[in-house]
Design a protein around this ligand. Structure first.
Ligand code: SF4
Length: 218
C-alpha cells in the first residue's frame, strides 16, 4: 500500500501533547481559503511511498521514544485506504512494543461526514481535529487554526490525554511554532496566528532575505 506524503518529522512538539511524530500527507481536495499549507494540495504520485517504509522510518527515527503521532496534511481522509493501512501499522507497533503513544488526526471534513463515511478509521484514532479552516473565525484554542474546529477525544487514551485540552487556549501554550531548515527550504510546523506569516515575510525582507515560494498563498 502506498501513501502520498508531503513530509514527516520527529520530534514535533506543537501539534498535540509531548514529543510526537508528525506526518503530513500530500493532496487535499478541500481548499480552505487562507490555508497556510497550500504546498500539500496537489495530488502528486511522485510523493508516494510505501506505508511499510513510512512505519519503518517512524520506528527508527523515534527509537520508540514518543508520546504520540500527529497525522495532518493535506487531507488524510482523501487517502482512506492508505490511512487505514497506516493506522493499522501504528496500532500493531504500539501493541507489539507495549508503547502508549496516542494518535491524533486532523481533517478538513465535517465531523458528521467523517462519522458517517469513516467510522472505522475514527475507531483507530485517539483524537480528531475535524472541520475546515475558516479564516474569518479567530484562532482561540490550542492546536486549532480557527474557532469552529473542535478537539474530539475518541478513545479512553484520548479522553485521558486530551480531555484537559479540549477548551485550552492557544495563548496559554508554551510554544506554538517550530522551525526546521532543510537546504534552502525552511519549514514551519504549528498553527500560526493570523498575520504571523506576513509579519515573518516582512521581517525577513527587511533583513534582505526574500522567499522565492511560500506555502501560504498560491
Ligand atoms: S487547512 Fe487543511 S483541509 Fe483546509 S485546505 Fe489546508 S490542508 Fe486542506
Amino acid at each position: 500500500m502506498k501513501i502520498a506524503i508531503n513530509k514527516a518529522h520527529f520530534p514535533v512538539t506543537v501539534l498535540g501533547p509531548g514529543r510526537r511524530i508528525g506526518i503530513w500527507v500530500q493532496g487535499c481536495s478541500i481548499g480552505c481559503k487562507g490555508c497556510v499549507s497550500q504546498d500539500t494540495w496537489s495530488r502528486d504520485p511522485g510523493r508516494e511511498m510505501g506505508v511499510a517504509q513510512l512505519l519503518a522510518w517512524c520506528r527508527q527515527t523515534s527509537a520508540s521514544q514518543l508520546d504520540g503521532v500527529t497525522i495532518s496534511g493535506g487531507e488524510p481522509f482523501d487517502q482512506p485506504q492508505a490511512l487505514a493501512a497506516l493506522l493499522a501499522g501504528l496500532a500493531q507497533w504500539r501493541s507489539a512494543e507495549q508503547l502508549d503513544f496516542d494518535i491524533l488526526c486532523y481533517s478538513g471534513y465535517a465531523l458528521a461526514t467523517l462519522q458517517k463515511k469513516h467510522a472505522r478509521l475514527l475507531a483507530q484514532l485517539d483524537a480528531l481535529i475535524p472541520e475546515p479552516f475558516v479564516q474569518a473565525r479567530p484562532l482561540t484554542q490550542v492546536w486549532r487554526g480557527s474557532a469552529n474546529q473542535p478537539l474530539v477525544p475518541l478513545s479512553e487514551r484520548g479522553r485521558a490525554r486530551y480531555g484537559a485540552h479540549v477548551d485550552a487556549l492557544a495563548q496559554d501554550a508554551d510554544k506554538r511554532m517550530q522551525t526546521m531548515v532543510d537546504g534552502d527550504r525552511v519549514w514551519y510546523v504549528g498553527i500560526p496566528a493570523r498575520g504571523d506569516m506576513a509579519a515573518l515575510e516582512a521581517s525577513c525582507a527587511q533583513r534582505g532575505l526574500a522567499f522565492s515560494q511560500v506555502s501560504w498563498r498560491p
